[in-house]
Design a protein around this ligand. Structure first.
Ligand SMILES: Nc1ncnc2c1ncn2[C@@H]1O[C@H](COP(=O)(O)OP(=O)(O)O)[C@@H](O)[C@H]1O
Ligand SMILES: [Mg+2]
Length: 402
């Protein structure tokens, strides 16, 4: 009596487990060590388009209508030794370690017009009826992969379009600027005051446009990884001073006092001189731009444990708390009603990309109407992934320092 009840309970349990197995929307197969399919769920049956009786007790190749398996036994085809399904199942049997979400492309399964299909594969070892098995979870992810490919293609097209347009704009713009300069210098005759004013206005706008175009081109190149970096050992203090000198005129014009405090011990480091100048002039121009006349900007740098820290501080307008996390986003500019300050919103994204390529960091602290400090850190020995062996790097560094 008790036995009968027990059997009934077990039978009911196993039926509900079967129902759950069948209802799972992801393809599941139970495969034994001979690559023979023991069980599959409904999702696999729908995926393959065959009835259970043509799937169960067959090899996985036959069950999945693998083209290579036709006329040959599964595993005996010319390229069966590189079949992602077979090799991964074998790996799991050999190591007893699961494989999670391995993605692969196949044109041999299901035979449909030879179209390529993408699958995500998860394989887990299990013991069923006291024998080693694996549960193979097969997910058709072709739609997702095609959508990703299309997205990548359209992103590439967009980038190409922006680059081409920017390049095409740059050449005539240079000619316009040269023309304006020649006329402004009086080469084409004396200018009246009003004529000069209008030409200066035109020149300011041409300059703004060319800054925007150069920023867009630089950002595109950095973002797509196409920007070439020239890493070389040189004296970081010299680079910092050069950047400060470049910005002196702008600071003087804005009546902002600029001070420099560079630790003479910094010495040589492995970095791209021109790109770090670009970073520092960007940060300094922001500091000057967003600091009212009479304010101060300071540039300081020191080195500790092979890390160079450079800080650009100002006593300016500061950045509202809510905006701080967004200022590194492309084209983001803090709204400052009543104050029209020129810019593209691409300076900081460019800075962040260059610093990241150096494997450095950038951080910002700011208080509204008190000032802002941007701090960057750079590893003295440059990024890890440079094709210069570490030992050689160290030797060069020592030579340069001594
Ligand atoms: N030193 C600073 N003080 C105040 N605000 C700053 C400072 N640096 C950057 N910002 C804010 O971050 C925004 C983004 O900077 P950036 O990408 O260089 O663009 P842009 O200088 O072209 O406006 C600026 O518009 C400004 O609002
Ligand atoms: Mg800027």
């Amino acid at each position: 009596m008790i036995n009968e009840k027990l059997n009934l309970i077990i039978e009911r349990k196993s039926k509900s487990l079967e129902a759950i197995f069948d209802a799972i929307p992801v393809g599941l197969m139970l495969v034994d060590e001979n690559l023979v399919v023991d069980r599959v769920n409904n999702a696999i049956r729908r995926m393959i388009g065959k009835d259970f009786k043509y799937i169960i007790s067959n090899s996985i190749g036959d069950a999945l209508s693998c083209k290579i398996a036709i006329g040959k036994r599964c595993g005996e085809g010319d390229c069966c030794n590189i079949c992602p399904l077979k090799t991964n199942i074998a790996k799991v049997f050999n190591t007893s370690q699961a494989i999670e979400e391995y993605e692969f492309e196949s044109e041999t399964f299901f035979r449909e017009k030879g179209a390529k299909l993408w699958f995500s594969l998860t394989i887990k070892p299990v013991i069923v009826d006291e024998r080693n098995h694996v549960v193979v979870c097969l997910n058709d992810i072709t739609d997702r992969k095609l959508a990703e490919e299309k997205l990548a293609e359209s992103m590439e097209l967009k980038q190409q379009f922006i680059s081409t347009v920017s390049h095409e704009l740059r050449t005539p713009l240079t000619a316009i600027r040269e023309g304006l300069n020649i006329v402004l210098e009086g080469v084409a005759g004396r200018l009246r005051k009003k004529q000069r004013e209008f030409l200066l206005l035109a020149k300011r706008n041409v300059d703004r446009l060319s800054t925007l175009i150069n920023d867009v081109l630089d950002f595109q190149k950095l973002d797509s990884g196409r920007m070439r970096f020239d890493f070389a050992y040189s004296d970081m203090a010299v680079t910092i001073k050069e950047a400060a000198e470049t910005m002196t005129l702008m600071a003087n014009k804005a009546k902002v006092e600029m001070s420099l405090n560079i630790d003479p011990q910094i010495g040589a480091a492995l970095f791209d001189h021109n790109r770090i100048i670009q970073v520092l002039t960007n940060l300094l121009s922001n500091a000057v731009k967003f600091t009212p006349a009479g304010g101060k900007v300071s540039l300081s740098a020191f080195q500790q444990n092979d890390i160079i820290s450079i800080a650009v501080s100002d006593s300016g307008m500061g950045i509202p708390k809510d905006d701080i996390s967004k200022i590194f986003e492309r084209f983001y500019r803090v709204k400052r009603p009543g104050k029209e300050i020129a810019g593209t919103g691409l300076g900081l994204p460019i800075v962040a990309q260059i610093i990241s390529r150096h494997e450095g960091t950038i951080s910002v602290e700011s208080e509204l109407n008190k000032g802002t400090t941007f701090t960057i850190t750079l590893p003295q020995k440059g990024p890890h992934d440079l094709p210069v062996p570490d030992k050689v790097k160290d030797e060069i560094l020592e030579k340069t320092i001594s």
